[in-house]
Ligand binder design. Structure first.
Ligand code: NAD
Length: 301
């Protein structure tokens, strides 16, 4: 509803955003995090936790817009939202640096034995001999998916003296910072492989037994993309045999995972889907949300 200069509506904040966001949105109407008010809300703000399924959308009878703070839209039924004339948008440009930095943190933690050394110190064990390290310098990083996040990781890896190769379904994607290769070439030539693809039918289960067999012995794998892109059981088997030397993982089949063999596997560094959770990224997401709501309101007038 539009009264003169002020547009009154209910904005529902479903998931965790920067704490300054509710205040910043007050100029547009009432802001609440009371999920029970979903039927009244005109705009819903979600991250990855809320699943905007058909059932959820059916409850949101007044909804005009879903803003997904972040990249993947796999938690939003975009087609059904469209059928219901609900605009569904995301903020893909905000999170690239945050996710690339986490992928880099996972990549550097493993060959430097940070977790093993730390746990030893806490338990009173001096694991100096057991914590043999290897360097990133002059190693090959292979990216599966060289979009926004892949690009940021490539820039950082090159600063560490790594060679960066990539496979992407878009020919020439960020070819100024990566050397383009086929999928099999990336698998067979990389010392480190990092996933940066969306969850789609072509990426689900792409890291499976058959493709792990094509990798170098002792490869390190990093997944900050989506849990569904890998077959966890096949990774655990490869970790136990030493085929994969280490697995750094931020993403899960569900948040949190109901059960996963990864938590009892050797040589893993695991995080609870925090790729996009930097303070700076949440601020950037907030800035973009404010702009998107401003545009929405302006178009409504
Ligand atoms: P992007 O769209 O910029 O890049 C993705 C790239 O993957 C594109 O270049 C695309 O062509 C390529 N691609 C798609 N299917 C492919 C396939 N089958 N094989 C090879 N390449 C393929 O997206 P982005 O911003 O770089 O984000 C990548 C993914 O990272 C997101 O889709 C999301 O799943 C994940 N992500 C995770 C977190 C986290 O918290 N860990 C946060 C943000 C994004």
């Amino acid at each position: 509803m539009y009264f003169g200069k002020v547009f009154f509506m209910l904005i529902l904040i479903c998931d965790a955003f920067d704490k300054s966001l509710p205040n910043r949105l007050k100029e547009f109407g009432e802001v609440t995090d009371d999920i029970a008010r979903l039927p009244e809300a005109e705009i819903a703000l979600v991250r990855s936790k809320t699943k905007c399924t058909k059932e959820w959308i059916d409850k949101a009878t007044n909804l005009k817009m879903i803003i997904r703070g972040g990249v993947g839209m796999d938690n939003v039924d975009i087609e059904y939202a469209k059928e219901k004339n609900i605009i569904a948008v995301n903020t893909p440009e905000a999170s690239s640096i945050a996710v690339a930095e986490l992928a880099f943190a996972l990549m550097i933690a493993m060959p430097n034995q940070i977790i093993k050394g730390h746990e030893g110190m806490i338990q009173g064990k001096w694991l100096k001999k057991e914590c043999k390290r290897t360097e990133l310098y002059q190693k090959t990083l292979g990216l599966i998916g060289s979009g926004r996040i892949g690009r940021e990781l490539a820039i950082r890896a090159k600063a560490f003296g790594m060679k960066v190769i990539a496979y992407d379904i878009i020919a020439g994607a960020n070819a100024d910072v990566v050397e383009q290769k086929t999928f099999d070439e990336v698998l067979s030539q990389s010392d480190y492989i990092s996933l940066h693809v969306p969850k789609t039918p072509s990426t689900i289960g792409m890291i499976c037994k058959e493709n792990i067999a094509k990798m170098k012995d002792g490869v390190y794998l990093i997944n900050t993309a989506r849990g569904a892109c890998v077959v966890e059981e096949d990774i655990v088997e490869a970790l136990k045999s030493g085929k994969i030397a280490g697995y750094g993982n931020d993403v899960w089949a569900s948040d949190p995972p109901e059960s996963t063999p990864l938590t009892s596997a050797p040589n893993v560094v695991l995080t609870p889907h925090i790729g996009a959770s930097s303070d700076e990224n949440l601020l950037r997401i907030g800035d973009i949300i404010v702009e998107k709501i401003k545009t929405f309101v302006a178009e409504k007038k």
